[in-house]
Design a protein around this ligand. Structure first.
Ligand code: FAD
Length: 392
């Protein structure tokens, strides 16, 4: 069988791309390894940048988030020395976030894609991506019954996330790989409890970082820095709440709203960028192209931004016979990817100090304090922060 654009993966990247192509009358097929129920319940991100909301609105994909999303404009920093708030709607470019759980966005994007007559096969795992250096690339996938099927296309969009197969099709040595393991891990938690503060909260503590982020009226995401290789099941609900209360200084600033922990998993802070993010007829989008640590909540926003750039480029090529935007896809995306990586890396250094009392650890913790102080006191610094925190 054949189609024009083969899209591997139905996350934010693949679904935004599919919707934009379908609206322009470009044939495409989305193949997704998981079931529909699974991807519509997979809780991950929740903070949508202004640019993401613009893309979704301009393309008729924002009805759900405009109805149920909540505007968010303040973050709070807490350390043993001080607590301060930054209302970023009044800083930088004055942009705000919209809080809307990623699984709800995925659900909306699937419904819209199917409404537009799009073809989406769930429980169909792509096993091979072949001949991307030719003008007839093809893939092999396995459906829910275990049958192998071959699909031909003119282009392949690799939107299959951090563990996907698409990028493995790029010949070794053809692209440069930049990787960094930040050596830090977070216990990522979802609590069935309303948010405890009206703002995103970042707590910097000798025991390690703790974070608080709204998701919905009844669910809140928390993060706790933990040791690498930690077993999340070793963290009972009691231990989690005790540790959150300690690091968030509940005795000083007020208790947290507690509830059952719905999900606990360990996320290692790692970054990975490919350059270029295209090879022949294969274009990588979202986490498949660049993995970013969740410290600045950029991953889903980058995925949507790249999907829009690729959709426009494919439409220019297929409809207007203009190959130039496709040829510059990597060039258009990579500066923004690196900008987000730089900010995310800066956030990692803001939020985590090294443990121990050797000279280097003590020195680095003093730098961390200075960084936080300049964010508290310098308007220029705050403007820069706001621009990068909400911007892409
Ligand atoms: P994905 O959402 O990973 O989608 C890829 C899809 O491809 C998946 O559905 C997968 O099942 C499918 N797939 C994989 N392999 C195959 C195959 N062989 N064949 C077919 N299908 C395949 N980002 C933010 O912006 N803000 C946040 O606050 C935030 N918090 C996060 C918290 C956690 C705990 C995690 C894990 C991530 C968080 N992120 C956040 C990151 C964000 O979720 C990702 O960056 C985003 O999902 C990337 O979208 P994507 O479409 O590129 O990839």
């Amino acid at each position: 069988d054949s189609t024009t654009v083969l899209i591997v993966g139905a996350g934010p990247a693949g679904l935004v791309l599919g919707n934009l192509l379908k609206a322009a009358g470009v044939d495409c097929l989305i193949l997704e390894r998981q079931s529909r129920a699974y991807v519509e319940r997979r809780a991950r991100a929740g903070f949508l940048a202004a640019n993401t909301v613009r893309i979704l609105e301009e393309n008729g994909l924002a009805a759900g988030l405009l109805r149920d999303g909540r505007q968010h404009d303040t973050c709070l920093f807490r350390s043993e020395h001080a607590e301060f708030e930054l209302k970023y709607s009044g800083l930088g470019r004055g942009e705000v976030h919209t809080v809307y759980p990623q699984q709800d966005l995925v659900r909306d994007l699937i419904a819209e894609f199917l409404d537009r007559g799009g073809e989406l096969r769930f429980e169909t795992a792509v096993a091979e991506v072949n001949d991307i250096g030719s003008d007839r690339p093809w893939i092999v996938c396995r459906n829910a019954d275990g049958e192998l099927q071959r699909w031909n296309g003119r282009y392949v969009a690799g939107c299959d996330g951090r563990h996907g197969v698409s990028r493995q099709a790029v010949p070794v040595g053809a692209v440069r790989q930049y990787r960094r393991d930040h050596g830090i891990s977070w216990l990522a938690l979802l609590a069935e409890a309303p948010q405890s503060m009206a703002a995103v909260a970042y707590a910097i503590h000798d025991e390690g970082f703790a974070g608080h982020m709204a998701r919905s009226a009844s669910v809140t995401r928390y993060y706790l820095q933990c040791a690498r290789g930690e077993d999340p099941q070793g963290w009972s609900d009691r231990r989690i709440w005790d540790e959150l209360q300690l690091r968030m200084q509940a005795d000083r600033y007020g208790p947290l709203h507690q509830g059952p922990i719905l999900e606990r998993r360990v996320v290692d802070m790692a970054s990975h960028v490919m350059d270029p993010i295209q090879y022949g007829r294969l274009f990588l989008v979202g986490d498949a192209a660049s993995l970013i640590s969740p410290s600045a909540a950029k991953g889903a926003n980058l995925a949507v931004m790249e999907a829009e750039i690729l959709a426009k480029a494919l439409i220019a090529d297929l409809r207007d016979d203009d190959e130039r935007p496709l040829a510059r896809y990597s060039e258009d995306c990579l500066p923004r990817i690196w900008r987000a990586q730089e900010f995310s890396h800066w956030m990692i250094n803001l939020l985590h100090g090294p443990a121990g009392n050797d000279d280097e650890a003590v020195f680095l913790r003093a730098l961390q304090r200075a960084r936080l102080e300049s964010l508290r006191n310098s308007r220029r610094h705050q403007d820069h922060f706001a621009e990068n925190y909400v911007g892409i």
